[in-house]
Write a protein of this length. Sequence first.
Length: 201
Amino acid sequence: MGGGHDQPHEAASDRGTSLSRRRALALALVLAGLAVVWGGGGLWLFRRLDARDGATLDALGRAARAPLDEAESLVRREAGLLAQEAIVVDGVVRHDPAALARGAVRIRTLTLDGEADCVVIADAGGVALAQLPATLSLLPADATPPATPNVALRVLDGQAYLLARTPITTGDGPVGMDAVGLRVDRLTAEPGAPTVALVAG
């Protein structure tokens, strides 16, 4: 008799175990689905933040480089204009420093107006015929006429300069060169704007 009462209890127990397993399986599937969704959402959010950070860094880099680009354009333009002045070309052809000192008003104007911190005019051999300030000395390689106009960073007498060099030419080819430089420490952005740090080495 006692055995007859045990059978329904065992059947109910088997059904309960089967139901618990189904619930556990369903719960595991739901948790796995949530993990996939959270993982995908986290990856998407990370990519969005990464893209936003990249765009912010690009914008900061452009803002920091703007004063440098503006100064580079300025010295390049002024060196080009100076190399085309008739009094400069004539003074270099004749190797006449006195004529350059008297006639090249643009040299003094550039430095007095603050558009340049140094101006050098040299002959084809690299000998300076006119320069401001008078104590400044270019590296020998920078005093010879370049093949094409160029701008480079140079340290002259302990100061970093943005230096534009342009060949002075006649119909016979280059007869000299001029250099117009601006001190790097003057390339200041507006207060609070990002800046470019130039580190030697």
